[in-house]
Design a protein around this ligand. Structure first.
Ligand code: SAM
Ligand code: SF4
Length: 471
């Protein structure tokens, strides 16, 4: 996630001029700046918004000062991410004012989960905002922008419309990278007591298999080799199969596996309760399904898990991952953990550490509990003081770092197929991903970008591996 408007990374995909000749035909194309906060689904959504706007003649810019339209695609999952939006909006307001002095119009739009959760409150706190648009209405962006421009009044659109936004968005444009995201499922009905997702993204919805095959084929035709299937609760996928009946994530993975030049399939994020036997076995049988599984467990204490409404115990979680390991012994497991949930005692926290020690994770994301307005946990008794949360998080992160070092260290001396994705920091170096999602550096020429090549791993750092290409 970016921390300021200055250190922006490009989030839009291509310059549409490259495909459509828009720039030649219309040198004064409108410029759009999109800043993406939060999860991979927001990255996917930003790309799709960019595509919807490209069809209207917008080209991307990384320079907010020259943007005719600035979009913040926001995240509401923790308080810090949500508050960051308001400080960025203050800066955007100043830019809008300065550009207006030079006779230039600047539209400011807030999209994503803060838009959905806070709606008109955003316009109240930041009147310079022209448009607030929830994640279900991105296909209507051009029309909504038109309205906000015409009426002189801010437009707020946070309904959950009946039409399918995925059908209404323009066809995906070419991807540049060797790997790409593909949203297959949105929303969540699990209602974990700490989480805003069911309120901001709505109920679970799965896209049909046929539409996903179509989108995946287009990505693969343009050089994508690795597709990450995205969903807030991706293993709860239940979209219509090719026969018109609902199918599971395993059914979808089997169909996508038939796409010839697609080499790697991953999926994120899963819920332990939806980890069916068919999906576990797919990790053994489906060659293209990578040996990597992100499976959040959140807490190691059964009392806290019950208060979180997670619908599983620590023991059930540990038994589940041993079944996954039976099917695929080399699988890299990753997880999400929250510390300082209301009522969490020192003993509860020790239970979390115990699960981390026992599970042997390759990777983990850990967070301090952040009370979210409107969620049941935010008003529970026993809110944990900030100091205790910080202390627990530091201890947990030390343990996670140790586990990560063990996992990466065990890769040294092995040969791994690496999908090279881009140039590395040093001349003549490329960076790619192992099947276990580890970053791997090796000396190699740019012609290997997009190719899967065997690499002998020679050393392991804190966050990546280094190796040499097998001669
Ligand atoms: N659907 C996934 C799941 O079931 O875990 C992930 C959803 S959420 C986008 C990603 C992670 O953010 C969660 O797994 C959880 O660890 C963390 N998270 C969600 N709400 C939180 C909160 N209120 N405070 C701290 N962390 C939170
Ligand atoms: Fe949030 Fe995940 Fe729980 Fe759904 S399953 S409520 S997305 S943490």
């Amino acid at each position: 996630m970016q921390t300021s408007l200055d250190d922006l990374e490009p989030t839009l995909i291509e310059d549409p001029a490259a495909q459509t000749g828009v720039a030649d035909a219309a040198p004064a194309a409108k410029r759009v700046f999109i800043k993406t906060f939060g999860c991979q689904m927001n990255v996917y959504d930003s790309e799709r918004m960019g595509e919807a706007l490209a069809a209207e003649g917008y080209v991307e810019t990384n320079d907010v000062q020259e943007a005719d339209l600035a979009i913040l695609n926001t995240c509401h999952i923790r308080e810090k991410a949500a508050e960051k939006v308001y400080s960025d909006l203050g800066r955007l307001r100043d830019i809008k004012r300065d550009r207006a002095k030079g006779g230039k119009e600047t539209l400011i739009a807030v999209a994503g989960c803060v838009a959905q959760a806070e709606g008109t409150e955003i316009v109240r706190r930041a009147p310079a905002v022209d448009l607030v648009v929830g994640p279900q209405s991105y296909h209507r962006l051009p029309e909504l922008l038109q309205r906000s421009r015409g009426g002189g009044k801010s437009v707020v659109e946070t309904a959950f419309p009946d039409e399918d936004k995925f059908d209404a968005l323009p066809e995906r444009r070419p991807a540049k990278a060797a790997s790409a995201f593909l949203t297959v499922q949105e929303g969540c009905d699990k209602f974990c007591t700490f989480c805003v997702v069911p309120y901001t993204r709505g109920m679970e919805f799965s896209r049909p298999v046929a539409a996903l095959i179509h989108e995946a084929r287009r990505l693969v035709d343009r050089g994508v080799r690795d597709i990450k299937l995205l969903g807030q609760n991706v293993n709860g996928y239940h979209g219509d199969g090719l026969d018109g009946h609902p199918t599971t994530l395993t059914g979808l993975i089997r169909e996508l596996s038939k796409i010839d030049d697609l080499a790697r399939i991953r999926y994120v994020t899963s819920h332990p309760r939806d980890m069916g036997e068919d999906l576990i076995q797919a990790h053994r049988d489906e060659e293209k399904l990578m040996p990597y599984l992100h499976l959040p467990f959140q807490a190691g204490s059964d009392r806290i898990l019950a208060a979180m409404n997670r619908k599983h115990t620590a023991g059930e979680y540990l038994r589940l991952i041993s079944r996954v390991r039976e099917a695929r012994p080399d699988i890299a497991l990753s997880t999400d953990i929250i510390v300082g949930f209301p009522g969490e005692s020192d003993k509860d926290f020790e239970d979390t550490l115990a699960v981390v020690r026992e599970a042997g994770f390759a990777h983990a994301y850990s967070f301090k509990y952040s009370p979210r307005p409107g969620t049941p946990a935010s008003t529970m008794d026993g809110q944990v003081p900030e100091g205790a949360k910080s202390e627990r998080l530091a201890r947990l992160q030390n343990l996670i770092d140790e586990r990560l070092a063990l996992f990466n260290g065990a890769s040294v001396g092995k040969t791994m197929p690496v999908l090279f994705e881009k140039a590395g920091r040093f001349d003549g170096q490329l960076v790619g991903r192992s099947p276990y999602l580890q970053l791997v550096h090796a000396d190699a020429g740019p012609s290997l970008i997009g190719k899967i090549v065997d690499v002998d791993v020679r050393s392991a750092g804190a966050n990546s591996l280094s190796g040499v290409i097998r001669g």
